[in-house]
Write a protein that binds this ligand. Structure first.
Ligand SMILES: Nc1nc2c(ncn2[C@@H]2O[C@H](COP(=O)(O)OP(=O)(O)OP(=O)(O)O)[C@@H](O)[C@H]2O)c(=O)[nH]1
Length: 595
């Protein structure tokens, strides 16, 4: 055990985690050069294309230092807030962390939030100043920031470049010298933490774990404490580049388990594995059920593809346990699914995977959070779709989820960020100057305001310099109302939203304007109205096409006509008919893009 080191890499998004991990793997000759592929740990296509790590993975490396053989288990973590629970479980499996900071960007919101997660688990932190090869690198300034943040010595900060391979041996040396070896009782009952799982279409779910006490042997009868399920450890092994079967994994080490589990749902990250016949007494601390925070409807563009979509959702869920869904019907969109996501990025990823991996064309409706509605009759209900909100006279009051947001930015943009947050009903809690031109703002914000276009706006007004992180604070009362949209007098349920009363008028007006732009002109006039209950609060009109325009289109040149028809056909792909009005997909997402 004394020669094992378990560590993770934590960083703000894009600070170069995956590139650095590749260098460590290369340097320790864990993978033959010819198998080396950029960003090896990101093995989903989508991850590689977007350059982001979606799921955490682990890899074991061997390294000889001063004549001693060491085993390193490197656990990669996703950087985005939507996946922070996974980050926290990966961290819990380690004794140390490399804290990567981009030398040109400096400390950002997730640098700090991930650092706090790591310190919360008493991890030894090795600060790494990365990308020192960049012409825009500010090594002195960013080292100051790191020293301030950690209270460490300047000499503790390792200068590195994942891209150029600078500082790699210094990092490995620091891992050995500074990160403590794991502790654990080899004789105690088995206690192992599940920090990740992965779906393999041939072998089922592979469970990644870290053994804290005892040992697990091939063929053992094991039990997952939270789910209460029992399995046989058909195959266990270490996470080399290719999985390497072993007979035993002992306290201190990291491994994988295959036992014929079919669905990701059965495996809960954070759960404890123990022996059926000699169970450990306690859970490993920190287990939580992950809860979806953002909800939206997903519908097939072609109504006939509903069953295909169901099939695709089912397959997606096999390897994404955090995705929840149930069938839903919409008057406008027909049969589809109400889905729950961890956050906005997660929602985007699911939509993209449906299109890419399953060739589905889908319409996603306005995202919503989950409201707690207290009824006048004393009951309470949870509402995550506008159609579920009861009539106003039955509602006593509504509570909405609030987040604690932490925004770090250059001081030049503080004014604009303040304005944005206040516009989004934010409540400023604190303002801290990290350095003379870097400020941390802490706001309480309603999650329902953040799910729309907050990230994009924040990036735009700060020219990309502001970074955001958040955690959930709880529920607070909010004056929410349901806003309906009608086209030629017919309610389009998929365009309804639950919004704050103070914002409803503005919202209704702008949504009507946006829809006027997006709805194609047809042969009759289209009235677009926004309403709260029976009350119309905004109206716009899409004028009818003039006759002569039509005549022109359909006359004469056959190739032109064909082109037009082709275009119409393509356009139809994402159109929906409500009453006599055709609505393009963009219209359903228009709410997200209100300026
Ligand atoms: N110049 C320079 N660029 C780097 C270095 N390391 C990474 N990059 C670039 O920075 C970008 C982000 O690198 P990644 O390794 O994907 O960053 P990451 O932190 O893993 O990103 P996420 O997985 O999205 O959190 C890529 O375009 C890399 O090519 C470096 O040392 N120097």
């Amino acid at each position: 055990m004394k020669n094992i080191r378990n560590f993770c890499i934590i960083a703000h998004i894009d600070h170069g985690k995956s590139t650095l991990a590749d260098r460590l793997i290369e340097f320790t000759e864990t993978v033959l050069k010819r198998n080396m592929q950029a960003q090896l740990l990101d093995d989903m296509d989508l991850e590689r294309e977007r350059g982001i790590t979606i799921k955490s993975h682990a890899i074991q490396m061997n390294y000889v230092y001063e004549g001693e053989h060491y085993v390193f288990n490197l656990i990669d973590t996703p950087g985005h807030v939507d996946f922070s629970y996974e980050v926290s479980r990966s961290i819990a499996a380690c004794e140390g962390a490399l804290l990567i900071v981009d030398a040109a960007q400096g400390i950002e919101a997730q640098t700090i939030s991930n650092l706090f997660l790591a310190l919360g688990h008493d991890l030894e932190i090795i600060p790494v100043l990365n990308k020192i090869d960049l012409p825009g690198a500010m090594p002195e300034e960013v080292t100051d920031q790191i020293v301030d943040l950690l209270g460490c010595e300047r000499s503790d900060v390792i200068h590195a470049s994942g891209k150029e391979g600078i500082g790699i041996s210094d990092i490995l040396q620091a891992v050995i010298e500074r990160i403590p070896a794991p502790k654990g009782d080899l004789e105690a009952p088995l206690q192992a933490l599940i920090f990740d799982s992965e779906f393999n279409s041939y072998r089922g779910i592979e469970v990644m774990f870290r053994v804290f006490n005892g040992e697990i042997r091939k063929g053992d009868k094991v039990k997952f404490v939270a789910t209460g399920k029992e399995y046989s450890a058909d195959e266990i092994g270490t996470l080399r580049f290719e999985k390497e079967p072993k007979d035993v994994i002992k306290a201190g080490d990291v491994g994988y388990l295959i036992s014929g589990i079919k669905e990701a749902k059965e495996v809960k990250v954070g759960d404890t594995i123990t022996h059926r016949d000699r169970p450990c007494k306690d859970f490993i601390e920190g287990f939580e059920e992950v809860k979806p925070m953002v909800f939206a409807g997903i519908y097939p563009v072609e109504t006939t593809e509903f069953e295909d979509l169901r099939d695709a959702m089912g397959k997606l869920q096999l390897n994404d346990a955090s995705l929840v869904w149930e069938p839903e019907t919409s008057m406008a969109l027909g049969f589809g699914f109400r889905c729950g996501f961890l956050g906005m990025l997660h929602m985007e990823i699911v939509q993209e995977r449906l299109e890419r991996e399953f060739d589905m064309t889908v319409i996603t409706t306005v995202p919503s959070v989950k409201f707690n509605v207290k009824m006048t009759n004393g009951e309470e209900i949870w509402v995550s779709a506008p159609s579920e909100l009861p009539e106003p006279n039955l509602i006593d009051y509504v509570e909405e989820p609030i987040i604690k947001a932490q925004i770090i930015s250059k001081s030049d943009y503080v004014g604009a960020i303040m304005k944005l947050c206040l516009d989004k009903r934010g409540d400023l809690k604190n303002q801290i100057y990290l350095t003379s031109d870097r400020v941390e703002l802490q706001f309480d914000l309603p999650l329902s305001e953040v799910v729309f276009d907050f990230f994009d706006k924040l990036k735009t007004i700060s020219r990309g310099y502001a970074s955001l992180d958040y955690e959930y604070k709880g529920y607070e009362q909010g004056d929410m109302v349901k806003l309906d949209i009608m086209l030629n007098g017919e309610k389009v349920d998929a365009l309804s939203a639950i919004v704050h009363r103070d914002k409803a008028y503005e919202w209704g007006k702008r949504l009507c304007e946006k829809l006027r732009e997006l709805l194609p002109r047809q042969q009759f006039e289209i009235a677009i109205q926004a309403a709260i209950g029976q009350k119309i609060i905004a109206r716009e009109t899409v004028k009818a096409l003039r006759k002569d325009v039509l005549a022109k289109c359909y006359g004469g040149d056959i190739s032109r006509k064909r082109k037009l028809l082709d275009k119409q056909k393509k356009g139809k792909k994402r159109m929906r008919q409500v009453g006599n009005v055709e609505i393009p997909q963009e219209a359903f997402m228009a709410v997200l893009k209100l300026d």
